[in-house]
Design a protein around this ligand. Structure first.
Ligand code: ZN
Length: 281
């Protein structure tokens, strides 16, 4: 394509942040910090490698995803436990907070709800920042590894332990519904511990070995009653490939915690979105 005469001038226009977050309702991180000092463990589930597991967290409680045996990436889905049609909206979360999440940022639900489902209250990888390749951890870019893309890129190859399938099986078991019904609940994920970005020269989605080590964890405050599902990605630390059994893969631990009674006095779950849904009619 021939360039217009003013190509450089047009490129030099400064970007504008699409969604300035100054007016976004802010979590009360001081309150959450007080609450997390009083936690009592209420349950745990160990997610086996190349499998997924579901868990429940009550509004006002906490949950933590911990690396236990080796570097491992997890694909997280969240639903409102009282209405599974309200689920995590990765795209809008990305638009609001950027490509990677950390402490103080939130996982938002889709329309028409658009409210915080969970707030990140602690991130032991918060030190990582953005590396020299433009990579960072806990992304809302990647959708989840899935057998359809794998079939597309491998001439019809069949692989059954992609995160999409792991999440589907876990939901089918948990809800006691057929696979096809469970699959419809699975949505784009928060890639816990995954280190990703876009290449500077070609703009392609990349992954690299996760900096996570056993003992690292990502902790959330449940803003509403939650059902969660976490898949221990077949990519392991995602340093080489996924959608196969070739990577070293480790379990992930999900723990739930309750704060002391009264510590969250005055706190209430966020309301559904304020838009009147008339759409101009
Ligand atoms: Zn995966």
């Amino acid at each position: 394509m021939p360039q217009p005469d003013d190509a450089d001038t047009r490129r030099a226009v400064k970007p504008v942040i699409c969604y300035p977050v100054e007016t976004l309702p802010q979590p009360d991180m001081t309150l959450y910090a007080q609450a997390r000092k009083t936690l009592t463990k209420t349950g745990e589930v160990l997610v086996p490698p190349r499998e997924a597991a579901t868990f429940a967290v009550s509004a006002g409680h906490f949950f933590r995803i911990t690396s236990v045996e080796g570097p491992q990436v997890g694909d997280l889905n969240l639903w409102c436990r009282d209405d599974l049609s309200e689920k995590f909206y990765s795209g809008k979360t990305r638009a609001l907070h950027g490509a990677h999440l950390t402490t103080g940022e939130r996982m938002w639900s889709g329309f028409p709800h658009l409210r915080p489902m969970a707030t990140i209250t602690h991130d032991t990888l918060g030190w990582y920042g953005i590396d020299g390749f433009g990579g960072s951890v806990h992304d809302v870019i990647g959708t989840r590894c899935d057998p359809y893309t794998h079939a597309l890129l491998s001439d019809g190859g069949q692989y059954h332990h992609c995160c999409h399938s792991n999440l589907t099986r876990a939901m089918a078991t948990s809800l006691d519904v057929p696979l096809a019904e469970a699959e419809a609940h699975v949505h784009d994920v928060l890639n816990v511990f995954m280190c990703t970005g876009f290449t500077r020269d070609t703009g392609q989605y990349f992954m690299k070995a996760s900096p996570v080590r056993p003992g690292d964890y990502l902790e959330f405050f449940a803003e509403i009653n939650l059902m969660g599902a976490l898949s221990a990605c077949p990519g392991g630390d995602c340093s080489a490939e996924h959608s196969s059994d070739s990577a070293a893969c480790y379990p992930l631990l999900v723990e739930t915690f309750a704060p002391a009674q009264g510590v969250l006095q005055g706190w209430t779950p966020p309301l559904h979105n304020a838009y009147d849904r008339k759409h101009g009619v």
